[in-house]
Write a protein that binds this ligand. Structure first.
Ligand SMILES: Cc1ncc(COP(=O)(O)O)c(C=O)c1O
Length: 384
């Protein structure tokens, strides 16, 4: 086993898509509190989820998320397990039910359910649609698959059903690197449902436009193990009777996410990240920083268009996951290898897009992004 005498000296620039870099002050605080949390004499890892200390942790995490987004009082904030993938199933299971006959739910005859509208913009919306289809009809309101998911459709491209149970979209496609600059507008009365896993708490949002917004925490908001679900209360009336308790938003909401043992430590870290964001100046400030970091890398890409080719159309570019290609695959491999040797890690793109991907989440320090921009320019000079 390697013995590190100075852990910080060994830290690298981590451009992974998730789990991903966390704010160093958060890690340091967790380290400092590891053996004795707030005078309790024990670690959060060892603490009862029914203790007063943990109740305070989960309440503060929720309160700080509410402050960050300005979440209205008629919304629930839930901390659930099963990652974003469980939400792919839980959302249609719980929210499709406007008009879904209860016997259809109980007998698993989901094809009778109210159709949902979904926008297909990349691998993650595709995965969510695949699951939702197992639970009833899904209309594809628009798709960009023909151009390998390199853009976000315009509002006037969406074919929307005014009777849909909800309109589903993925605000940032982590693999393709495309991001909705503003959310789609559903027909009046149709709730908007968003997978915000990879741009959660990265910019201000008007939560009142959403019926439900959720995120696996492991990209921008904390470690793996917890998904945050922000849900408008009136939608709980749609939850069909008889669902397995752990899959039932109503049960989870009534029990304040403590129906069963929650992922205590992950929630604690989400709380520390939310506090870190508040101390920094909130979502307006982090959005400014995120834009500045993304601009640095896109400027290098745009400055050498014969060498760097961005995957996303400019108007659809993600600030979180920046995807680009080099003139050939050998150069891409060389880029990732030489970057890693300089401490710039996890830059290989997802196999479905190829090329390279730099994830510049909230916690990615500007110094790491500057180091990457410098490396890109040098690499182009030597290989262009
Ligand atoms: C946008 C998006 N949605 C969903 C997922 C799936 O998340 P999980 O692994 O938590 O199910 C991911 C990433 O892994 C993602 O980036």
């Amino acid at each position: 086993m390697t013995i590190y005498t100075d852990a910080t000296a060994k830290r690298v620039c981590n451009f992974a898509a998730g789990p991903a870099v966390l704010p160093q002050p958060v890690l340091e605080k967790a380290r400092d509190e590891m053996l004795n949390y707030a005078g309790s004499g024990m670690s959060v890892l060892e603490m009862s989820h029914r203790s007063a200390a943990f109740e305070d942790i989960i309440n503060r995490a929720e309160a700080d998320l509410r402050t960050l987004y300005g979440i209205p009082a008629n919304y629930k904030v839930l901390f659930l397990q099963g990652g974003a993938n469980l939400q792919f199933g839980m959302i249609p299971m719980n929210l499709r039910a406007a008009g879904t006959p209860i016997d259809a739910v109980l007998t698993g005859n989901w094809s009778k359910g109210t159709p949902i509208d979904a926008v297909l913009t990349g691998n993650w919306s595709k995965a969510a649609i695949k699951e939702a289809k197992k639970l009833g009809p899904v209309n594809i309101a628009a798709t960009t698959e023909a151009t390998n998911f390199n853009r976000i459709p315009a509002q006037n491209e969406l074919q929307l059903d005014p009777n849909a149970a909800y309109l589903y979209f993925t605000s940032n496609e982590t693999i393709g690197g495309v991001e909705w600059q503003t959310e789609p507008v559903p027909p009046a009365g149709v709730p908007l449902v968003c997978d915000a896993s990879s741009d959660f708490v990265s910019r201000p949002l008007d939560i009142s436009k959403y019926g439900l917004l959720y995120a696996g925490a492991q990209k921008n908001a904390g470690p793996a193990g917890v998904a945050v679900v922000i849900l408008r209360e009136d939608l709980l009336a749609r939850v069909p009777e008889g669902l397995v308790s752990i899959l039932d938003y109503k049960v989870m909401a009534e029990n304040k996410s403590l129906y069963n043992t929650p992922p205590c430590f992950s929630i604690y870290i989400v709380g520390l990240v939310a506090k870190w964001l508040l101390d920094l100046g909130g979502l307006t400030e982090i959005a400014k920083r995120n834009q500045a970091k993304a601009d640095l890398i896109y400027a290098v890409i745009d400055g050498a268009p014969d060498f760097f080719k961005g995957h996303a159309e400019k108007a659809s570019r993600s600030r979180m996951n920046l995807t680009f290609r080099l003139p050939n695959e050998d150069l891409e491999k060389k880029f990732a290898k030489e970057a890693a040797a300089e401490g710039l890690l996890e830059l290989k793109g997802h196999r479905s897009v190829g090329g390279l991907r730099a994830s510049l989440y909230n916690a990615q320090p500007l110094s790491a992004v500057e180091a990457l921009a410098g490396f890109m320019k040098e690499f182009k000079k030597k290989n262009g």
